[in-house]
Ligand binder design. Structure first.
Ligand code: HEM
Length: 468
């Protein structure tokens, strides 16, 4: 970990405090074993460890790991400082560019602004509305193949579904093309962030990191060929007017123009375009697949809520395909999405690195430290939620989605670019699934979770589907 760097007046006072006894002033760590620190408890159950640690030592604490300290922040005021008011002191960690290169999810400063401006129009409400028939088509195509009483591996089914949706809408990849290799590689990207690897130095080539590197190499090859195809199709139609709503792959290919040399505008070269697409494939399909899986799990565990959603769908949508105009009239479904994102936030923590020492109460987090804003801990904290472990969508009747302690999509300028896209996709998918099928769990007991970069169920989530 690097030494504190200089910064603003606030930071220089914090710097002197930090160097006058930084070791004593660091946030406290929960009790752990000598040498291994908190590693054993953390590795066994990272989510339970984090929630317990907030109760034991407070909402700014240190995890004592063999690779060095990590700092966890689990209060909405801390989150506000990290993500909004003092965000210049908290950069994205180096893991992001390592994993995703030159993509909006990874870069900072002027590059980030330029990429976000380039991408924003793809996420305007009018654009998302125009995607809706394709979203529906992808869902119907997939579930029409399900047989009454069949056992479906829900997590993989949802990963397949959200990948197909992303590919055929935002990216604009032809619905009929073979995307299997691309998808398999995209699913493997999560491996980089397996919790076991959090204990190990970055240079150690663990099996999951090797899987990640292999997945990225496959993705690069696949995406390069998608760009090349889009480019040649674009040249064939050089004189034709480009239709509105053209996909991202084609837009990036057109932006590169023929043989890409370094350019002044974004994307500056082919590698940049490839990186962007890899980042979006990762950010845009795994997260929504998890949101859908967790929502279906919650509904299977709470059939009375599932029946209310069915009744609402019958009443508001009837036999018609769900359309944009229905989305505002489905409050029960909406609250199911909100509540399952609270209990099972697909992104459980927001990692950052401090650019200077920062004080939290009497404690100082040194500069160059890895900080995690724990979305999961805040979502399960009884100071902010009544009976936090209970799935209760009705709590959202009198609670605002923008309320404190609710950050499934992050906050501030780096808030999720795809939040609206994801919420529309989740509601349309759930509506089309729930009007056709009821979902029954095959396994008993609560779902076990495992944190990779995203919140993963520990293993597949099989469910029996019964036609309504
Ligand atoms: C339920 C589904 C989703 C969840 C829970 C989710 C969650 C998040 C969170 C928490 C962040 C902020 C990360 C941070 O601050 O460190 C984020 C960023 C991002 N998300 Fe999502 N996301 C979802 C769906 C999507 C979709 C569908 C897309 C694109 C199609 C997408 C694209 C992005 C991008 C590009 C960023 C980086 C934004 C930036 O740094 O400016 N996400 N997401």
């Amino acid at each position: 970990m690097s030494e504190p760097s200089s910064g603003s007046s606030e930071s220089s006072s914090a710097t002197s405090q930090a160097t006058d006894g930084a070791a004593d002033r660091r946030p406290p760590a929960p009790t752990g074993l000598p040498i291994l620190g908190n590693a054993v408890r953390f590795a066994r159950d990272p989510f339970g460890f984090t929630v317990d640690a907030v109760a034991e030592v407070g909402d700014a604490f240190r995890i004592d790991l063999p690779v060095g300290d990590r700092y966890v922040l689990a209060h909405p005021d801390h989150a506000e400082r990290v993500l909004v008011t003092e965000r210049d002191a908290f950069e994205k960690t180096e893991d992001f560019p390592l994993a995703f290169g030159d993509s909006v999810i990874a870069v900072g400063g002027g590059d980030w602004r330029e990429q976000r401006d380039f991408l924003d129009p793809f996420f305007f409400a009018s654009r998302i509305e125009s995607y809706l028939p394709t979203v529906r088509e992808q869902i119907v195509r997939r579930v029409d193949a399900w047989v009454d009483g069949e056992e479906v591996p829900i997590l993989s089914a949802m990963q397949g579904l959200t990948f197909d949706i992303l590919a055929t809408t935002l990216l604009g990849i032809d619905a009929g093309s073979d995307r299997d290799d691309l998808r398999a590689a995209a699913d493997d990207l999560n491996a980089y962030f397996e919790p076991a690897t959090w204990m190990l130095p970055d240079w150690l080539p663990t099996p999951s990191r090797r899987r990640f590197d292999a997945a990225k190499a496959t993705l690069r090859t696949e995406i390069r060929s998608l760009l090349a195809d889009a480019d040649s199709e674009g040249e064939d139609a050089a004189d034709a007017e480009r239709p509105p709503g053209v996909g991202l792959v084609e837009t990036l290919a057109a932006g590169l123009g023929g043989d890409a040399a370094d350019r002044a505008d974004y994307p500056r070269d082919r590698d940049a375009a490839v990186d962007q697409l890899i980042g979006l494939v990762f950010a845009g399909h795994e997260t929504t697949a998890l949101a859908l899986t967790f929502a279906l799990y919650c509904l299977a565990e709470h059939p009375e809520t599932a029946r209310r959603v069915e009744a609402e769908l019958d009443d508001v949508v009837g036999p018609e395909p769900i359309g944009w105009e229905h989305l505002d009239d489905l409050p029960t479904l909406d609250r199911v999405v909100d509540e399952s994102l609270r209990l099972y936030p697909p992104v459980h923590a927001l990692p950052r690195e401090t650019t200077r020492p920062v004080t939290f109460g009497d404690d100082v987090v040194p500069g160059g430290a890895e900080v995690l804003v724990s979305v999961f801990a805040m979502h399960r904290d009884e100071r902010f939620w009544e009976q936090p472990s209970t799935f209760d969508p009705t709590r959202w009747r009198d609670r605002d989605r923008t309320a404190d302690a609710y950050l499934p999509f992050g906050a501030g300028p780096r808030r999720c670019l795809g939040a609206t896209f994801a919420r529309v996709e989740a509601r349309v998918a759930l509506a089309e699934l729930l009007r056709r099928f009821r979902f029954e769990r095959v396994e008993d007991g609560a779902l076990s979770l495992s944190p990779q970069m995203t919140t993963q169920p520990a293993g597949e989530v099989p469910m029996v589907v019964r036609r309504r």
